[in-house]
Design a protein around this ligand. Structure first.
Ligand code: COA
Length: 184
């Protein structure tokens, strides 16, 4: 299984998580804005941020998919996480592309820039059970208009709204985009 690569875009570096990222990742997840939109419970702590990081490192090792730590090239600042997600989770539609950034770095186009590179990598490099990826998904709650806007900028369309078993209190929008040339 290919390890998590380091990728470079115009303004960002997408790189594997390191053990010493835990405080930077927790700083992102501990902001009121991110807590609100990710529906993180009050008890969600630094240890949970470490588990999340370790989960993505493990997912890269097991499946060749996962989120990257995202850094700003100009400053080296840790701006958040973005990339791919294929959890073992009932009802999950398929390989997801997603983004979560520190609010200090919203409004700069970084989520779209990281998401576009994650999509490129998924369609060009990822193999799932030996096959190329034909379609990517994003699971986005209906009131999360900022995330929906990123999905739209990346050429995704809303396929349906569906309650996913891991989050029974509201339906998720299932956004999707097919590999270029395959139609939508
Ligand atoms: C979802 C999230 C990553 C979106 O962040 P964002 O900054 O709005 O999205 P982008 O990085 O694509 O930036 C787009 C904005 O930057 C602006 N922008 C500025 N410079 C830009 C540039 N060079 N290129 C592109 N856009 C640029 C755009 O105009 C747009 O602003 P607008 O929202 O006022 O129209 C962020 O809101 C977040 O982390 N939310 C909490 C976690 C979350 O909900 N994750 C998703 C769960 S489904």
């Amino acid at each position: 299984m290919p390890a998590c690569p380091t990728l470079t875009t115009e303004r960002l570096v997408l790189r594997p998580f390191r053990d010493d990222d835990v405080d930077d990742l927790f700083a992102v997840l501990d902001t009121p804005e991110v807590r609100r939109w990710l529906h993180l419970p009050d008890r969600y702590g630094r240890d949970d941020a470490w588990h999340q990081m370790a989960m993505f490192v493990g997912q890269w090792a097991l499946r060749g998919t996962g989120n990257w730590a995202v850094e700003e090239r100009a400053t080296g600042a840790f701006v958040g996480r973005a990339g791919l997600h294929l959890p073992e989770r009932e009802g999950w539609p398929g390989l997801e592309v997603g983004w979560t950034l520190h609010p200090d770095h919203w409004g700069k186009g970084y989520a779209t820039e990281a998401g576009a590179e994650a999509m490129r990598y998924a369609f060009e490099e990822v193999r799932l059970e030996g096959s190329p990826v034909d379609r990517l998904y994003s699971c986005i709650l209906p009131d999360n208009v900022a995330s929906q806007a990123v999905a739209r900028r990346l050429g995704m369309e809303l396929l349906e709204e569906r309650v996913l078993p891991f989050f029974p209190s509201a339906p998720h929008g299932i956004w999707s985009r097919a590999r270029a040339g395959d139609g939508c």
